[in-house]
Write a protein that binds this ligand. Structure first.
Ligand SMILES: Cc1cc(-c2ccco2)c2oc(N)nc2c1
Length: 160
């Protein structure tokens, strides 16, 4: 019964340059020690796309304001918790600036042919193939803790 859940907005941005993705090793906070795209909470009063651009700048030093496109919507819920994370996923096919390490994130390039799925969130191996195929997608992943997906739904949706 998802209607009793407290829904919070987040962004997640993956940066693609040729056949490599720029991902970040999360040094602290939520998702610590996992490799992920750049993202975080959407603050009140800011648009979701602007929140995505802000998070990429804060966590990697890069400007993706002219290159991000919306590619997905992912919902994450957790066994025994009443929070639902509504994560708006963006893909940036270019950037300005040089990647730099921040307090939160250590940016690192990964070849698409060898993504470190075992060091990423467990849902990634399910929806990254859709992202990399240029599809738009919608999914819901119900976690037990931070490492086990108990059940999920995932479908491709028409490109906006
Ligand atoms: C539970 C969860 C949360 C996030 C997240 C938080 C902020 C932005 O994304 C994830 O990101 C990925 N790839 N899997 C994720 C699972």
């Amino acid at each position: 019964d998802l209607s009793q859940l407290v829904r919070k907005l987040y962004t997640l941005t993956i940066i693609k340059h040729g056949e490599k993705l720029l991902l970040g090793f999360k040094k602290r906070g939520f998702g610590q020690n996992k490799i992920n795209g750049f993202g975080g909470k959407v603050e009140s009063g800011e648009s979701i796309a602007n929140a995505a651009v802000r998070e990429v700048d804060e966590e990697s030093g890069l400007d993706v304001s002219r290159t991000i496109r919306k590619v997905g919507l992912l919902e994450f819920s957790f066994e025994g918790e009443n929070t639902l994370m509504e994560v708006h996923v963006f893909l940036a096919d270019g950037f300005a600036g040089q990647p730099r390490e921040s307090e939160e994130m250590r940016p690192e390039w990964h070849p698409i042919s060898s993504l470190p799925y075992d060091r990423m969130w467990a849902d990634d191996r399910l929806w990254y193939p859709l992202l990399l195929a240029g599809a738009c997608f919608r999914g819901h992943f119900h976690f037990k803790g931070h490492d086990t997906v108990l059940e999920h739904t995932l479908r491709e949706v028409p490109v906006q």
